[in-house]
Write a protein that binds this ligand. Structure first.
Ligand code: PLP
Length: 405
């Protein structure tokens, strides 16, 4: 991505002590372009109101909500806005969903989760154990991938749901969701995908994957802090989410509670339009697909540069799948001999390089892989705005850090 692309992001201009900042903290939330900032402030300047009123600002708010649902549907390859629900974040939506799905289950029914997932896609399902639901884990293997043979053995006629990540927010692993769909279809179970880490890096096509539910968060793809839920047409209306008698009882509204963050929802639309203008094509969907392919190509190139630059430094290890894997998110889990990840992150922060250290809520993955004993990893995340000089600066910083190893 070139200089004109980066010029969209005011945060990239920020300097600390006269030096620019390198943002490798994207997996915890990306920076936002001017278009998103303006959409949010324009909402407050012009259209700030509650929904379903008879005056202009309220009608504008209704229109923003409706058009954003359509945009998100286009971004995810869904049937239409009626399949898209908003929430404060992915975690809250998933808890609401787990409660609603729990109401359709009988004690002894089974749910499969994975050892690789973020707790936001484990905790809500584990909470159903209190209702007599059997929750089993698909094992994480030492190479950062899931044990699919074990998965095939675990799934059975009592399995009602498989809740799986699309991409790992710690190792960058892409899970085999096609196989998950095949296996869930065989036993008639629902497939739910946590696409929070996948959505910023790859095109999504919910119809092609055939998943029943998919969740993501706009703040990971250049938007504001909003959670998004896709539910296959008709499915949400078969569930009973917690809701007031005064709210709409049908999809996509039935799982939404209270007054939503309208300004941020305006920002979600702007974020997807921002992505769309990166691509070319004759339809909105074609432009979005092309844009996500271009983003992926750029990001994986940067990730390879970083991976190979760090790989041979003394005392540096990179956990998770090899960068040569055909499909991998551009997120690297770094371990430096003799240093806790938090020390590495502090060192990088002093160099104006932003990163995160720890488990990033994928705590189970760090426990079963033994990484938690060393307090996790230092996570370096590539975003669409990452450029080669930033990657090289990061490699140099690691070279200085490890030169006495
Ligand atoms: C893979 C993954 N799933 C779920 C979440 C939770 O998302 P939210 O903050 O929107 O609840 C995150 C956040 O980091 C994540 O990376």
């Amino acid at each position: 991505m070139n200089t004109s692309f980066r010029a969209h992001f005011p945060a990239l201009d920020r300097q600390l002590e006269g030096r620019p900042i390198v943002y490798l903290d994207g997996p915890a939330g990306t920076q936002v372009p001017n278009a998103v900032i303006h959409a949010i402030s324009d909402y407050y300047k012009r259209s700030n109101a509650n929904t379903h009123g008879f005056f202009a600002a309220s009608m504008e708010t209704d229109a923003i909500m409706e058009t954003t649902r359509e945009k998100v549907a286009s971004f995810l390859g869904a049937d239409g806005g009626h399949t898209i629900s908003f929430g404060p974040n992915m975690t809250t939506l998933n808890f609401s969903l787990s409660k609603a799905i729990g109401r359709t289950l009988q004690p002894g029914d089974e749910i499969l989760i994975t050892q690789l997932d973020h707790e936001a896609n484990r905790g809500p399902w584990l909470s159903l154990r209190a209702e007599g639901i059997v929750v089993k884990e698909i094992r994480l293997q030492s190479d950062g991938t899931l044990d699919y043979e074990g998965f095939a053995k675990l799934i059975n006629d009592r399995t009602r749901l498989v809740a799986m990540g699309y991409a790992s927010n710690i190792f960058g692993t892409i899970n085999n969701v096609a196989l998950a769909r095949e296996l869930t279809n065989e036993v008639g179970a629902w497939l739910l995908l946590d696409a929070v880490h996948y959505a910023p890096h790859f095109p999504i096509d919910v119809r092609a994957v055939g998943c029943d539910f998919l969740l993501c968060s706009a703040y990971k793809f250049y938007g504001p802090h909003i959670g998004l839920l896709y539910t296959k047409t008709g499915l949400l209306d078969r569930l009973q989410p917690d809701r007031l008698r005064t709210t709409y009882q049908h999809a996509p509204f039935s799982i939404e509670t209270g007054t939503l963050n309208h300004a941020a929802i305006a920002g979600v639309k702007a974020a997807i339009e921002f992505i769309e203008q990166i691509g070319t094509g004759t339809s909105e969907r074609a432009r979005l697909l092309n844009a996500m392919q271009l983003i992926h190509q750029h990001e994986i190139e940067m990730a390879k540069r970083l991976f190979y630059g760090l790989k041979n430094l003394p005392g540096v290890q990179i956990a998770g799948p090899d960068i040569g894997e055909p499909e991998r998110a551009p997120t690297l889990a770094i371990m430096v001999d003799g240093k806790f990840p938090q020390e590495v992150c502090k060192y990088l922060a002093a160099e104006n390089i932003y990163s995160w250290g720890g488990h990033f809520y994928a705590i189970r993955a760090t426990e079963v892989s033994g990484i938690w004993a060393r307090q996790g990893v230092c996570r370096l995340g590539i975003s669409a705005y990452t450029i080669p000089t930033e990657v090289d600066q990061t490699i140099e910083a690691f070279r200085r850090l490890t030169k006495h190893q």
